[in-house]
Design a protein around this ligand. Structure first.
Ligand code: ASP
Length: 452
């Protein structure tokens, strides 16, 4: 049995939904279909989830909300008309939304979740009808009825362990199951949603629950590329990668998945296949627990901006017991999560994401570090990019760092930090943001043999 999850752009309008029907029909193993809310139909379009958030905000603020409501209903009406479905379905959707608003909770986050969840819920209902109209026996399954139980962290809910056993029974459904992504119910029976993009989580949970042979994640790209083709055209597609490689690549900016989204599938060792709704014949990219690899082979090169470095120096630091602990303690108290801590004899640097630093926060943290750690010098520098070279084949391979460093040197890129060791399958470089593009291109030429 396969789980087929279709993201927002794959179910954005009637034409896309018909492609979904054809894809599911083409493989009898595709028995469980998870769908998102209608996404963007063209660049600049607005996702239904965002329209629903605007609607919920208007209601919470006590403003008139008829305009927001009619835009949402209009999106479904277009789908209904284009597919010649009964108009009653649009009336039901409007009534459903008004009902959710009428019975609203006084907790704004809880209420917003109820409204947001309607995007996937109503889309799943429509899509189940389209399947039936096209002669494919299918049925919408309510996450409540199926036992998708979540914690009550509204907008950021986590799956509860008993859900897996509950959902395992979906295996025995005779018709194809159309299951809405993104939400479930708390033990008290309230709607709760995962974080944004959470339909991927629903798919991964179902895949683990029914022990699927594969979790197919349909989106709008043919495959994952070894390097961002916008930065270096000609980068090869990745056919196969491991969960570990994907995790390292997505850490440094590969937008494949929200890596937390697929934890249930990773834990259950379910292979994940990324495929294109608009080109289902393309093989896509497969993500697996283990794979064979060539010695020295590089799988991908990723990069991300937005990092800062705090550099501390103190004479005789290496002899001072507890320095690192006190430093990290201060960062913890300041709610700053650290990414890397390269260190020397009398120096230590901490690489963090730049986003939490306001000028006030920066001054406050530097002052604490200076006074509480008694350092000789402490500075902070912003504007760093992390560049990661990733590949299972890098284990025990000699000379990759040398080749990478030579390529960066030839391109005139200064390496501010290098980190190899903790993970055997990646090398990380810190470079200035202004040098990032050049760094990636140089590494792509040297290590992935992309010419041009
Ligand atoms: N519709 C939700 C969102 O836009 C969830 C999803 O599509 O995965 O975040």
């Amino acid at each position: 049995m396969k789980i087929a999850k279709f993201g927002g752009s794959s179910v954005a309008d009637a034409q896309q939904i018909l492609k979904v029907v054809e894809i599911v029909k083409a493989d009898p193993a595709r028995r469980l279909v998870v769908v998102s809310a209608p996404g963007k139909r063209f660049s600049g379009d607005i996702k239904v989830t965002d329209l629903l958030i605007a609607l919920a905000n208007a209601v919470i603020a006590g403003r008139p909300y008829d305009d927001e409501l009619s835009v949402v209903v209009g999106r479904y009406a277009e789908i209904q008309q284009a597919l010649g479905l009964d108009t009653a379905i649009v009336q039901e959707i409007e009534a459903d939304l008004r009902e959710r608003i009428k019975n609203r909770s006084s907790n704004p986050a809880q209420f917003a979740d109820t409204v947001k969840a309607s995007g996937e819920d109503n889309n799943a209902k429509i899509i189940a009808k389209v399947f039936v109209n096209q002669g494919v026996p299918a049925r919408y399954v309510d996450p409540k009825e199926a036992g998708m139980l979540l914690s009550d962290d509204f907008g950021n809910a986590q799956v509860l362990p008993e859900s897996f056993e509950n959902l395992a029974t979906l295996k025995d459904q005779k018709d194809i199951v159309i299951f809405p992504g993104f939400f479930g119910y708390t033990r008290q029976g309230h709607v709760a949603t995962f974080p944004r993009g959470g339909s991927d989580i629903t798919g991964a949970i179902l895949a683990a629950a029914v022990k699927a042979e594969v979790y197919e994640n349909f989106t709008d790209v043919d495959s994952v590329f070894a390097l961002d083709p916008r930065v270096l055209p000609g980068a090869p597609a990745i056919k196969l990668l491991t969960y570990r490689e994907m995790r390292e690549l997505s850490y440094a900016g590969f937008g494949v998945f929200h890596d937390e989204a697929i934890i249930p599938a990773v834990r259950a060792k379910i292979p994940i296949c990324i495929k294109n709704t608009n080109c289902p014949a393309a093989p896509g990219t497969m993500i697996v627990a283990e794979r064979k690899y060539e010695h020295g082979e590089i799988t991908g090169i990723a990069s991300a901006d937005g990092f800062s470095t705090i550099s501390l120096s103190k004479y005789m630091m290496n002899r001072e017991l507890g320095f690192g602990r006190r430093l990290l303690q201060i960062l913890e108290e300041e709610q700053l999560s650290f990414e890397h801590v390269p260190s020397g004899i009398d120096n230590m640097s901490v690489v963090l994401r730049s986003a939490p630093f306001t000028p006030e926060k920066e001054a406050h943290v530097l002052n604490r570090l200076q006074t509480e750690l008694g350092v000789d010098d402490v500075t902070i520098e912003h504007g760093m990019s992390l560049v990661m070279i990733v590949g299972e084949g890098m284990r025990y391979a000699v000379g990759i760092a040398a080749k990478a460093c030579a390529a960066l040197a030839n391109a005139g890129v200064n390496i501010e930090m290098i980190n190899q060791g903790s993970s055997e399958i990646s090398i990380m470089f810190g470079v200035k943001e202004v040098d990032r593009k050049q760094a990636i291109q140089a590494l792509g030429h040297a290590l992935l043999k992309v010419d041009k």
